[in-house]
Design a protein around this ligand. Structure first.
Ligand code: NAD
Ligand code: UDP
Ligand code: UDP
Length: 342
């Protein structure tokens, strides 16, 4: 009877990561667009383990089913293969809107699609938030500051973006996504949250993502030349993905409706960064200089005063995060070479 059913149920559940029990009044139905991607899948893990019902919507452009496969079949989990450029009618309480290609090679691969995803896609999710009277969080980016003339960047800064350059499809796409969010907030009273995310790294980054962290780690692990674009004097500040996920959840549930920077202020030049990774891996790779990228922002570091005001701060040091990520890529390389032999 009921008892045997309960037993089957719990033995079935044990194949999943442990999920907290939430009373129905505290349990939310949460949509994560781009939830099969790098950041999205870590956010999904957090929301699932917190005991919520999670709907992942993804078109698998850069995301992979593998990133969320450990939840497939769980009663609180749902995976929709859907393109955010098409309208979507479902019932949810909160929307984390992450769907967008994020690495420069990916968003430059089809700039028109990148623009559609960030404009029409964001409009659709705001329309959804309006209809269900839900709360909407936009994954915006430090790229809205462009090649900044203010350092470090605080949320008051309006940015310095080339509207017709190679990065514009992404930068301007995210800028208009912010504009749309505040238009819906003002005109339709949608509750919006805007996270301006600075460079983030960690396990489940795409191997051929083309971003600096995955490139340098893979090059080091394979004793290939480490490719620094230009002189390598440009700087970035790198945050580990678990810190970002904490920040996103805190921001969503805060009462801060204006944009908030989320990043780790530890800043390094790209040349320094190449040396750090080379030493952590302990490889023989040469550091080589290749052609610099057009419109590459020269300095980037977040001012996180505002995020710290909501009780958030980065906890994982860059070195600790890099060690975990190197380990992940080592295993991925091992597995892919093993699979090729089979
Ligand atoms: P990612 O490429 O791993 O994830 C993006 C996800 O969105 C993928 O799963 C992809 O398949 C999906 N997607 C893309 N277009 C879609 C569409 N039209 N419909 C449905 N799904 C679509 O990248 P990420 O690093 O996880 O980035 C997630 C979000 O965070 C993005 O919005 C990105 O702009 C933002 N962000 C990331 C960083 C970073 O350093 N990782 C920095 C700033 C902002
Ligand atoms: N939309 C959606 N899901 C919903 C509600 C709306 O995808 O549950 C889309 C809808 O297709 C529309 C967009 O969101 O294109 C904006 O919706 P809104 O209601 O603001 O605009 P309208 O439909 O009045 O043009
Ligand atoms: N970069 C590099 N070598 C690479 C990839 C990137 O020197 O193989 C540089 C790039 O020019 C930029 C920085 O590293 O200055 C960060 O690049 P990424 O694509 O990771 O992110 P961005 O912050 O530019 O979006």
């Amino acid at each position: 009877g009921d008892m045997s059913k309960a037993e089957t149920h719990s033995s079935e559940d044990s194949k999943y990561p442990k999920v907290k029990f939430l009373m129905e009044k505290d349990r939310k139905r949460i949509l994560v667009t781009g939830g099969a991607g790098f950041v999205g899948s870590h956010l999904v893990d957090r929301l699932m383990m917190d005991g919520h019902e999670v709907v992942v919507m993804d078109n698998f452009f850069t995301g992979r089913k593998r990133n969320v496969e450990h939840w497939l079949g769980h009663e609180n989990f749902e995976l929709l293969n859907h393109d955010v450029v098409e309208p979507l009618y479902i019932e949810v309480d909160q929307i984390y809107h992450l769907a967008s290609p994020a690495s420069p090679p990916h968003y430059m691969y089809n700039p028109i699609k990148t623009i559609k995803t960030n404009t029409i896609g964001t409009l659709n999710m705001l329309g959804l938030a309006k209809r269900v009277n839900g709360r909407f969080l936009l994954a915006s980016t430090s790229e809205v500051y462009g090649d900044p003339e203010v350092h470090p960047q605080n949320e008051e800064y309006w940015g310095h973006v080339n509207p017709i350059g190679p990065r514009a499809c992404y930068d301007e796409g995210k800028r208009v996504a912010e504009t749309m969010s505040y238009a819906y907030a003002k005109q339709e009273h949608v509750q919006v949250r805007v996270a301006r995310i600075f460079n983030t790294f960690g396990p489940r980054m795409h191997m051929s993502d083309g971003r600096v962290v995955s490139n340098f780690i893979l090059q080091s692990l394979q004793d290939q030349p480490i490719t620094v674009f230009g002189a390598g004097k440009q700087t970035r500040s790198f945050q580990y993905v678990s810190d970002l996920v904490n920040g996103l959840v805190m921001l969503m549930n805060s009462n801060i409706s204006t944009p908030v920077n989320l990043g780790n202020p530890e800043e390094h030049s790209i040349l320094e960064f190449a040396t750090i990774i080379k030493n952590l891996v302990g490889c023989k790779s040469d550091i080589v200089h290749v052609k610099e990228q057009e419109d590459d922002p020269q300095r980037r570091r977040p001012d996180i005063t505002k995020a710290m005001g909501m009780g958030w701060q980065p906890k994982v040091s860059m070195i600790e995060g890099l060690n975990r990520t190197i380990e992940y890529f080592r295993q991925e390389l091992f597995q892919s070479s093993h699979n090729q032999k089979m």
